[in-house]
Each structure stands twice: as C-alpha cells, then as structure tokens.
Design a protein around this ligand. Structure first.
Ligand code: GLN
Length: 311
C-alpha cells in the first residue's frame, strides 16, 4: 500500500503554471478542430510499471490525429513483417512539414511513416485488400488495447476532415500512381482520416506511450501488444522523424522520441522508464502544441530525461 504522498503531482501542476502561454493558433484546416477550448492544458506521466501521475484537463477528449501514426506503423510491422513494410516506406527524416509530398524521386516511396505520405501507405498495409471498415476497426481496437479502455471515433471531426482532404487525396493519388499501393486512394484517405479521429485523453496517450516504454507490454493489463523489435523500430523512427521539420531541434533540446498531432497532443517515451503525454490545442508553425513543447522542455531539463546525457 502507498502511504507516502508523492510530490510529483504538485511539481507537474507547477510545470503547467510555469508553461502557461497564450501564443499559437488552433488548427483550422480541419474546421471542427477550431472549436476546441484553447485554454485546455493537461499533462500525464505513466511509468513503465503503470503508475500514473496526471494534472490539468486530463479528462478532456480530443482526436489523436498524427499520434496514431507510430502505432499504425507498429501494427503494419507486426502484421506484415519488416521486409514488406520497409519495401513500401523508408525511414529517412524528410525535414519537411507533415503534409508535404515527400516521396523518393524514382520509386514514389514515402520517406518515413510519420509524415502523411508514409502514414497513408502504412494504412494501406494494414488494409491489405480488405474493406476499409476492417482496417479502421483493427486500428481502433489496437489503440484501445494500448490505452487499456475502449476508444471511440469522433465522427464529426472525421467528416470535417474528409470534406477538406484535398491535400491528402492528392498525396494518396500520387502514391497510387507510383503503385506504392493498389487500393482506391479515396478509400485509403477515408481509413486514414478515421484513424486520426479516434478520441483520447492525455491519460490514454500516456498509457500508450508507457506501453512503448515497457517494450510493447501494456503496463496495467499486461497484454503483449508489440514485439520488442517493433518497439525499437517505432521509437527510432519517432526520434528521427516524429516532430517533422522540428525533429532535430526537438531531439537536441528535449532528447526523447516523440510524436505530435494537430489537435494539440504530444507523446514522448523514455525507454524502460516513462510514457509522457501533454495536451494543449494552440499550435506553433510546425503544427505542434506550444504549451506542450514548453512542458516537455521543462520536464526534460528538471528531471534529466535527455537520452544523450550520461547517467
Ligand atoms: N489528420 C491530420 C492530417 O492528415 C493529421 C495531421 C497531424 O496531426 N499532424 O492532416
């Protein structure tokens, strides 16, 4: 039984206070995301053993968006094997924005699975010639297992993005043209957008991150979700490509594998130790949460989380 009160929640509350910043803007290219309350701010830590420390608006639900990408990449690796996935999606940082058309010149192979081009290709690998409801259900069910509770899809956000998906439709059509996949591009975009519309809280995201920190085993349910090889591959790609055109800056300043999403979430993983999630919907020019970046920077400095530091 735990008899001592942990000082961690007070410290985390102080981090939220210290990182208060009203700069940045809500994503509005998906109109439904612009309806979020801009002042929400939450921070959750889950250890690799499953202990949770959580402060702020940690019951606020938001759509997972691009934070789904590393998990769907992991699912593709697990279902199809490394060779089949690496044939289709490279692991090189693009140094470009998430929605850039970053494809290898002759083959059309997306540069990495964290940008939209690679995430669309990863969705196609999971789809594997089945109806799109099946890939979406596989992904919703995977994300639920990682969170340790049943997650739903926000149909309003999905519909709102689908109505404004010209750029992703263009990328999916290019991928189809290069024969990166042979499915109907509209179907891939629909599946990918529904994958991005799974709703989560920071508690869910921190639990997902903690599962990666724990080598693929969900720390509370003890379900073995990813193999250790898959986790290593996913974390490596997150470290080099997870923050898009800010990946180098992030790795040198914060120093942990991470992934952001345009609804305002960020996850970070300290292998063997900790999963971290922040949420605050005002975004910087990279489409990443302003307050979330500040909170991660502060945690990394205060708690010596930078992976390149000597112990
Ligand atoms: N669904 C969003 C898109 O494809 C996800 C982008 C993101 O979170 N960076 O544009």
């Amino acid at each position: 039984m735990e008899c001592m009160r942990s000082p961690l929640p007070d410290y985390l509350t102080e981090v939220l206070r210290g990182c208060a910043d009203s700069s940045g803007t809500l994503a509005d290219y998906i109109p439904e995301l612009a309806r979020a309350d801009p002042d929400r701010f939450a921070l959750t830590l889950v250890t690799a053993e499953g202990a949770m420390y959580s402060v702020g608006d940690d019951d606020t639900e938001f759509t997972i968006q691009s934070i789904s990408k590393p998990f769907v990449y992991g699912l593709a690796l697990q279902q199809r094997g490394f060779d089949a996935v690496l044939d289709v999606i490279d692991v090189e940082p693009s140094g470009e924005a998430f929605n850039e058309v970053s494809l290898e010149r002759n083959t059309g192979r997306p540069l990495n699975p964290m940008i939209n081009a690679g995430a669309l290709a990863a969705h196609a690998l999971v789809l594997d010639d089945r109806p799109v409801e099946d890939s979406v259900e596989d992904i919703r069910s995977l994300l639920s297992s990682l969170a340790g509770r049943d997650l739903a899809i926000d149909e309003k956000v999905a519909a709102s993005e689908l109505e404004n998906s010209y750029r992703n439709v263009a990328i999916a059509n290019l991928l189809r043209g290069y024969e990166v996949f042979e499915d109907d591009p509209d179907e891939i975009v629909e599946g990918y957008i529904r994958q991005c519309s799974v709703t989560v809280t920071t508690k869910d995201l921190a639990m997902m991150a903690a599962t990666l920190a724990a080598g693929g085993v969900q720390p509370v349910t003890c379900e073995e979700i990813f193999s250790r090889d898959v986790v290593r591959q996913v974390l490596s790609v997150m470290a080099t490509c997870g923050m898009y055109d800010a990946a180098g800056d992030w790795l040198s300043t914060v120093g942990i594998p991470a992934k952001s999403g345009v609804s305002g979430g960020i996850i970070g993983i300290l292998p063997g130790q900790l999963g971290i999630a922040a949420y605050s919907p005002r975004l910087d020019e990279h489409g990443t949460s302003v307050q979330g970046v500040a909170a991660f920077g502060r945690l990394s400095r205060d708690m010596n989380l930078h992976l390149m530091d000597a112990p």
